[in-house]
Design a protein around this ligand. Structure first.
Ligand code: SF4
Length: 365
């Protein structure tokens, strides 16, 4: 992101477009369209929603902003620190628009991120910069890169400050607020507008804290959400948790968009470190340590794991983690089967009943 900003590109994020499609509950119209051209129903439903919408020549951006289609890219840049699907997704658009796809492939499943991992990724950044210089015909302006990294760092610290207000009991925010307010830290890093947004948001949260305003009246239980949001069920779930006087105080999904290893003094290596260190790219024990620290910090009573069918990369219920959390650490857990965008994988009845039973279990403790 920061490199593209420094070159003066306007950056567009297909992931954000897909989340919008999911939240508008129209993904099921598009996923089969992508399936029909060979993209499996089992792969990322962000990918299939977005490609399907493109093939149907439709976008929710039209109603929201009067933008009739996704922009035509000059270049596509992707970091596979989350998963392979991103690369395949961007490659689809690379072929469609006859545009080059540049990719960074950090080493995966890291327990600790070591110097040689950072060296590897930093070299990949240098290569990408050299390619972009050829395409744009301009040398990368180091001052602009430092400025973009400084703005990303400032936005990231403010975003963290916003999320951390939820350590207070009762919490002034919920995970559902986080899913809405995270857009700038995802798509506007490196830009002043993200800093301005989070300054305003943080001030509002401080005011809520000062006035003792809770996100959930009479908060009884505090839960950690692990995994992707169910975009088409944000409202329904948030209302159920309000009724249960339970606050989802933190989540890996929102809380891992904190890139505080970045520093303008060493932009390339610090970006390499920050983007390689992301939660999704780490070993199972590293993820477990992260979640345990967060549970403690946010004083959570339990964890809900969302096992998203088409996003194994961002689902952590498949390798025994919920059982280990319960048996080794005494933390109650619930696993909900579902998906980020494909609502055919989600059952309202089952989720409602399982959540109610989980909260009853917490009441009995
Ligand atoms: S991490 Fe999950 S949601 Fe994101 S691109 Fe990969 S499969 Fe899709």
């Amino acid at each position: 992101m920061e490199v593209l900003v420094a070159f003066g590109f306007k950056v567009y994020f297909p992931e954000n477009h897909s989340a919008l499609i999911g939240a508008r509950k129209i993904a099921d119209d598009y996923i089969p369209v992508a399936n029909a051209v060979g993209y499996s129903p089992e792969i990322c439903s962000y990918l299939t929603s977005d490609i399907g919408a493109y093939l149907r020549n439709e976008t929710p951006l039209k109603d929201a902003y009067g933008v009739s289609s996704i922009p035509k890219p000059d270049v596509l840049a992707v970091n596979t620190n989350q998963c392979r699907d991103l690369y395949e997704w961007f490659s689809f658009f690379g072929r469609r628009f006859d545009a080059p796809v540049f990719s960074i492939h950090p080493p995966k499943y890291l327990d600790e991120v070591e110097e040689h991992h950072v060296d590897d990724v930093a070299v990949q950044y240098e290569d990408m910069i050299a390619q972009l210089e050829k395409i744009t015909g301009e040398r990368l302006d180091e001052a602009k890169l430092k400025e973009a990294v400084a703005l990303s760092l400032e936005a990231t610290e403010l975003w963290k400050g916003f999320l951390d207000t939820a350590v207070h009991v009762p919490s002034p925010l919920t995970f559902f607020d986080g899913t809405i307010h995270m857009a700038p830290i995802v798509v506007m890093r490196g830009l002043q507008v993200a800093v301005d947004y989070y300054k305003q948001l943080k001030a509002e949260m401080d005011e809520r804290l000062e006035n003792g305003i809770a996100a959930v009246d009479d908060e009884r239980f505090r839960i950690y959400w692990e995994g992707m949001p169910v975009w088409g069920r944000l409202r329904k779930l948030s209302e159920q948790f309000v009724d249960l006087r339970t606050c989802l105080v933190a989540s890996t999904y929102c809380n891992s968009w904190v890139f505080d290893d970045m520093t303008p003094d060493d932009p390339i290596r610090s970006m390499a470190l920050a983007y390689t260190k992301v939660f999704v790219n780490r070993s199972e024990p590293a993820k477990e340590r992260y979640i345990l620290d967060e549970i403690k910090r946010f004083k959570a009573d339990g964890i809900i794991f969302h096992d998203a069918r088409t996003c194994p990369a961002n689902s952590n219920a498949s390798y025994g983690m919920p059982a280990r959390m319960m048996e080794d650490h005494g933390i109650p857990t619930l696993t909900l089967d579902g998906d980020l965008n494909d609502l055919r994988c989600w059952s309202d009845e089952q989720a409602t009943t399982n959540i109610e039973a989980f909260i009853e279990q917490l009441e009995e403790r």
